[in-house]
Design a binder for this molecule. Structure first.
Ligand SMILES: Nc1ncnc2c1ncn2[C@@H]1O[C@H](COP(=O)(O)OP(=O)(O)OP(=O)(O)O)[C@@H](O)[C@H]1O
Ligand SMILES: [Mg+2]
Length: 285
């Protein structure tokens, strides 16, 4: 165990210790760099992020009041929506023109605020489809049958390992629709890992999850970081953010208004004003 692990400080947190708490600040080793990303829906500018870098290997929280543009920003970065303008690089590659399956293949996978588990399909099939859906059916169709079977056997083995790890193994033949809300969140995270991502984007992974499962989700997220993955997650609960985030980026009305360590962000007047200004329920903390 390293000295940092003993003191409970992650390597990512240590790497970010000299970084100023300013919106758009450069990071020592960014895996994601976004520049001038804007998305308008008619007259509404949902996202207008001038510059954002996400440190490789960090758990970064994206917070902001309802309607701040967090989900829209995720949709853009993961190729599920197109920006009005802007560019971003992921892991050294220009990614703003990639389609969602190309983004996934490049190593960035996401989960959805409203879980997209296919309820009339078994938990196992959801896992196997996770491997193919984000990559794109076309690629599967192009594989020769023996290769395909080999790949499928490997996928099954991997799915079983992940279901074991996420404590869903006993549910593998159940319909996903029979799972609790929290278990579905776990399934979505497990499914995302079928693709061996470098970066995992989680949109409110803890929403609607009971406290016991929440704790286990937190541990899973920390586990991703321990395995070297980068995590960007949207969360409203500042206690959760404090518990796991190395860094926090704050959006309001489409813009990145500030970023910093959880302690810096909690003390930032702009953040408090942004939440109050949006009539957000400040008591939910
Ligand atoms: N497809 C769309 N068409 C029109 N407006 C949209 C669309 N998607 C999002 N918006 C608007 O863009 C703004 C940002 O929405 P978004 O869902 O990204 O916010 P959010 O920060 O994820 O909020 P929440 O915390 O409630 O999930 C909102 O005003 C929303 O109504
Ligand atoms: Mg959202």
């Amino acid at each position: 165990m390293s000295a940092d692990q003993q003191t409970g400080i992650s390597a990512a947190r240590a790497a970010l210790s000299g970084v100023a708490a300013e919106p758009g600040v450069a990071k020592p080793d960014p895996i994601l760099t976004a520049a001038g990303v804007r998305r308008a829906f008619g007259g509404l500018v949902a996202v207008d992020v001038e510059h954002l870098e996400v440190q490789r290997g960090s758990i970064t929280a994206l917070i902001g009041p309802n309607g701040a543009g967090k989900t829209t920003f995720f949709n853009l970065l993961t190729g599920f929506d197109r920006p009005s303008r802007g560019t971003w690089d992921f892991n050294g590659r220009r990614a703003n023109r990639m389609r969602s399956y190309q983004v996934a293949r490049a190593g960035m996978v996401r989960t959805f605020q409203l879980t997209k588990a296919l309820t009339r399909m078994s938990v196992m099939d959801n896992m196997l489809i996770g491997a193919s859906s984000q990559i794109g059916e076309r690629m599967w169709a192009g594989l020769l049958p023996p290769l395909w079977r080999q790949q499928e056997a490997a996928n099954r083995e991997k799915a079983l390992e992940l279901l074991e790890r996420f404590k869903l193994i006993d549910k593998r033949e159940d319909y996903a629709g029979e799972l609790s809300g929290g278990q579905r969140k776990l399934l979505e995270m497990a499914r995302a890992l079928m693709l061996d991502p470098k970066m995992v984007m989680l949109d409110e992974p803890m929403a609607g999850v009971n406290p016991a499962l929440k704790q286990s989700l937190l541990e899973h997220i920390k586990g991703l970081r321990e395995e070297g993955m980068t995590v960007l997650f949207v969360e409203h609960d500042m206690d959760m953010v404090h518990e796991i985030a190395d860094w926090v980026a704050v959006m309001a009305a489409g813009q990145l208004i500030t970023e910093g360590t959880p302690d810096q962000i909690s003390a930032d007047r702009r953040v408090i004003d942004a939440y109050l200004g949006a009539h957000h329920d400040a008591a939910q903390r």
